[in-house]
Design a protein around this ligand. Structure first.
Ligand code: ZN
Length: 234
């Protein structure tokens, strides 16, 4: 193997290994999503229910405050009843007292009914939270396994990147530029062997005799005119 091809073949091999490593890193993403989707969905449900319970509790407090206000109003009317000067004033005061008392009762009933609902929803919330904790615990080992796998794949990728930088530093910059140009082209193949019959190992076009000789002599890098790959010989 000639020196001028050795660096290039090594670079191509490194790039292939990097693509594989990158693919392995990418493969973890859908697995993470699949594993975490049920947990995320349940978390959302729990959060929505918790919010509803909070809103209901706020409504209970509002009803209770309303009942308190009406009770102090009631107290005022009852005081007034003691100071009535005639039957007409007494009847008016009693009508007001009845109205307010009924309003207090209505608020209290609404508050009680709502408190019942709050209790039921809190039980449901409690169950859902337990279910979520169970689901998280069940998911945890697989999640850790996936994280370990992804970390490994990422450090393998980083090691290959370092190796590539070091490899490129040892190569002729012009050769590297040619390689990058071919690699950026439409074929993903950068290097192809010149076959024994004189054909390009990638597209199988026949290479002119004179060019075959140049490739065999390994004096300069030569590209296949048909497909653009860099030709090499052993
Ligand atoms: Zn070719």
């Amino acid at each position: 193997m000639g020196d001028i091809y050795e660096g290039l073949l090594g670079l191509q091999e490194l790039d292939e290994r990097m693509e594989e490593a990158q693919e392995r890193v990418r493969q973890f993403e859908p697995e993470f999503e699949e594993l975490q989707a049920p947990v995320a969905a349940l978390e959302q449900e729990v959060e929505a229910l918790r919010q509803r319970v909070d809103e209901m509790k706020a409504e209970v407090r509002r009803l209770e405050r309303g009942a308190d206000d009406k009770r102090s109003q009631l107290k005022k009317y009852q005081d007034r009843l003691e100071r009535v000067r005639n039957a007409r004033e007494e009847a008016a005061a009693r009508t007001e007292i009845d109205l307010v008392r009924r309003a207090v009762e209505a608020d209290e009933n609404d508050a009680l009914e709502l408190m019942d609902q709050v209790k039921r929803q809190e039980l449901k919330l409690d169950e859902m939270e337990k279910k979520l904790a169970r689901l998280r615990a069940e998911t945890e080992p697989r999640l850790e396994e996936l994280e370990r796998g992804r970390d490994e794949a990422e450090s393998r990728m980083a090691a290959l990147e370092e190796e590539r930088v070091a490899h490129v530093e040892r190569m002729n910059p012009q050769t590297v530029r040619l390689y990058e140009r071919v690699r950026a082209g439409k074929t993903r193949v950068t290097l192809a062997r010149l076959m024994a019959d004189g054909a390009c190992g990638h597209c199988f076009s026949m290479i002119p005799i004179q060019e075959q000789r140049m490739v065999q002599q390994q004096e300069a890098l030569h590209r296949c005119e048909a497909c653009g790959v860099i030709l090499y010989t052993d």
